[in-house]
Write a new protein. Structure first.
Length: 141
């Protein structure tokens, strides 16, 4: 969208031009800001399906205009979830990332032990938490 300095009658109109340019810049700034959101969903158990679900939840966040932070899609790529020390390290990394996010989004009705720890931390730190069903419909917490 480009704002013309002249009105419909062809007269130079600096007041309208400045106002419309300002509105255009504000709209552009809003479109360029994508807040970070922490994706909290199960990993352990049915890992294959849980990974598919986490990918779907992450895509949902993108479609809603957020940048998803989904640690359980990243850290198990190089940390062993079955090794207690490495699992703890991954959870620590996730906590650091959670602190950078605007909100925590919890997906599904099943709350794993890792999710429970994340939710408790988010509550303790007073981070905004939103709850969603498996099909990405927002539900009350």
């Amino acid at each position: 969208m480009s704002t013309d300095k002249y009105n419909l009658e062809g007269y130079y109109d600096p007041t309208a031009y400045e106002a419309l340019t300002s509105i255009e810049q504000e709209e552009k700034a809003v479109r360029s800001f994508w807040p970070l959101v922490y994706i909290c969903s199960p990993y352990s158990g049915d890992i294959g399906n849980n990974i598919k679900s986490a990918r779907r939840y992450s895509r949902f966040a993108v479609d809603m205009g957020y940048i998803p932070i989904t640690p359980h899609l990243l850290y198990p790529q190089f940390l062993d979830d079955n090794n207690l020390a490495e699992r703890s390290l991954g959870l620590f990394f996730g906590n650091v990332l959670m602190a950078k996010c605007a909100e925590v989004w919890v997906f599904g009705t099943y709350i794993s032990s890792g999710m429970k720890a994340e939710i408790e931390r988010a509550k303790r730190k007073k981070y905004p938490i939103r709850y969603f069903s498996e099909d990405c419909r927002e539900v009350s917490g």
